[in-house]
Write a protein of this length. Sequence first.
Length: 317
Amino acid sequence: MWQGILILNNEAFAYGGGIYFDFSFSQLENSLIQGNIAGLNGGGLYFLRVQNRMSGNQILQNEADFRGSAMVISQPVSETNVSTLSAANDIIANNPAIAEAVYIHNSALAARHWTMADNGAEGIRTVNGGSALISNSIVVSHSVAGLTGTEVLANQLLLSGNGVNCGGDATCNNVVTGTAAFVNPAALDYRIEVTSAAHNAGTDVGETVDFEGDARPMCGGFDLGAEEFAGPFAVQNLAVTNVVTDATTLTATLTWQAVPGTTAYELRVDDSFVTDSSWSNATVLTDSLTTNVFTASLPLAGQPYFFGLKYRNLCGE
């Protein structure tokens, strides 16, 4: 088993810039394959004559001059066996491809909860008896096609921003459309926001955790892609400014960093630290605020004030 490894910035003359698997029966888990280059095929990974499994990996910014910028799965057509790769909860993103990110030749891929984005021309291509069964996944932002090949069978996918979602007679069922709403793809953060069209759009395909180890499902349903929206986020940078007093009143402006997907903020105040255990004893200033700014007016009582802030998101948390 390969687990928790970093394969960064390597280069191969021909095949498998990151790792080349041949006659392999191994498993790749929770690893980062990034910035590798192959002179021909398989910029990140090259699988030949394998019966492999992979899960929880990030395959980012790899390149190949010909086929499979992220990976190639292959088996010589003269051989009777077929290479197989079973995969779940992987992110395949930002692997610039003149052809495709994942190239499957006379081999079989079964992928669940994949996130594929920004990989250049195509996401997945099957040829010469290659097949791909992909479910509960996100495939977005490929200039030519998301999925291509007669032996591609996709079910329950978010497909958007592709030149063609399903090309070359690929079969795509139960397609979800809309924005993926990634946290920060420019920084290679392909987790989803609660506002993503992938949120709660999946089905139960037997995966009980996501690529970060968070439980599936959350917030009432299964998410598409490698990440299950976990929430809630911590409220950050709560600040008190513009404090003004007169003979009887203290007025202050409270600001904080906005939390994605928030439907309402609740702000409370007390004369001691506001914690979860003391939350119910604190005085409610507002429980329906929709912005991240609040002006508080309080009696000037010669005592300190302590503020506590919580929020509700679209999950009701």
